[in-house]
Design a protein around this ligand. Structure first.
Ligand SMILES: Nc1ncnc2c1ncn2[C@@H]1O[C@H](COP(=O)(O)OP(=O)(O)OP(=O)(O)O)[C@@H](O)[C@H]1O
Ligand SMILES: [Mg+2]
Length: 299
């Protein structure tokens, strides 16, 4: 696995205010990595250090094999970046702005026309006259048009309607299928679960967990719901403390992460259930369980 982004001991304080502390993270070629965390967790601080906009107090960052330093500004050209609530020049037309971005890079923009078409972007209007969604599209096209190997996106779908969100996910997934590496921050657990390979969770300036989405089902306790014609309470007691409730002809049973579902089905099948619902684990379940364990001092 080729390392595309490597962050070592990254620490950034704003005076006494902690932005991010001692962050270590490695992202590999072709990955979509989701960077999750509540408001003020340190996501934008990390991303702005990656983009060489903020100078860290400590630590080192490598992207595409190059070290991020003030003396190495060319590295940015190979990255596609969407800033958090990016401010665009309102008096420029989209065309003028994209020309300007192009002139700042030494690389061409082979995807510019294709993306403008794909997002039906009005290019001759002044940016100040565009809707919020269209403004975000301008940022998206600017970030993707030079077909960079690495994309660093700070909440790229924030404030977008579901249709435009979906278009953005498609673009990210499409970039992955072209071998690109994508690092993006988000608050939206469902979107992250759907498109990411791994997620990192930050809170209060610290990376507290890195999780592989594929292994989510193994990490989270889930709830099985069974409908029975004639619930036999005595039989159901075989589930012990994992039997959470019986309500009329329905029972809810906790399946801890360490257990396989087979054991539960062996007890249930002889009861001739009418329906068994066993939803896949969600990142939301993971979060709830994770924070519960933290509060109980288990982590
Ligand atoms: N320019 C600044 N001056 C002082 N403190 C700052 C500055 N920018 C960020 N901070 C502080 O650093 C911490 C991390 O902020 P950051 O913007 O990185 O969080 P975030 O995870 O991106 O949050 P959000 O989800 O709200 O975008 C917060 O406590 C924030 O108040
Ligand atoms: Mg932010």
């Amino acid at each position: 696995m080729t390392s595309k982004i490597k962050i070592q001991n990254l620490t950034k304080y704003y005076g006494k205010q902690r932005g991010i502390e001692n962050l270590n993270l490695e992202i590999y070629s072709g990955e979509i990595f989701g960077f999750l965390g509540p408001n003020g967790a340190g996501k934008t601080t990390t991303i702005r250090c990656m983009m060489n906009i903020l100078l860290p107090n400590m630590g080192e960052i490598w992207i595409n094999g190059g070290k991020i330093t003030r003396r190495n500004p060319k590295i940015r050209e190979k990255i596609g970046y969407i800033a958090e609530a990016g401010v665009l020049p309102e008096t420029y037309t989209t065309n003028d702005f994209l020309n300007y971005v192009e002139s700042m890079r030494s690389t061409p923009s082979p995807r510019r026309d294709e993306l403008i078409k794909r997002f039906s972007l009005p290019v001759k209007k002044k940016i100040g006259e565009l809707s919020k969604g269209n403004k975000q599209k301008v940022s998206i096209v600017a970030a993707f048009m030079h077909d960079p190997d690495v994309l660093i996106l700070d909440e790229p779908t924030s404030g977008l309607d579901p249709l435009l969100q979906q278009e953005t996910y498609d673009l990210i997934l499409d970039a992955k299928s072209r071998g690109k590496t994508i690092f993006f921050s988000s608050h939206n657990l469902a979107e992250v679960q759907r498109i990411c390979d791994r997620v990192g969770i930050v809170r209060d300036g610290h990376l507290i967990s890195v999780l592989d989405i594929e292994s989510l089902n193994k990490e989270v306790s889930r709830i099985l719901e069974v409908t029975l014609r004639n619930p036999n309470k005595q039989e159901l007691q075989k589930f012990g403390d994992n039997l959470l409730e019986i309500e009329e002809n329905r029972a809810r049973i906790l399946v801890p992460q360490s257990d396989s579902i087979e054991k539960y089905l062996e007890i249930l099948i002889p009861m001739k259930p009418e329906e068994i619902v066993f939803p896949p684990a969600s990142l939301e379940d993971y979060f709830l369980q994770f924070y519960r364990q933290q509060e109980e001092g288990a982590i």
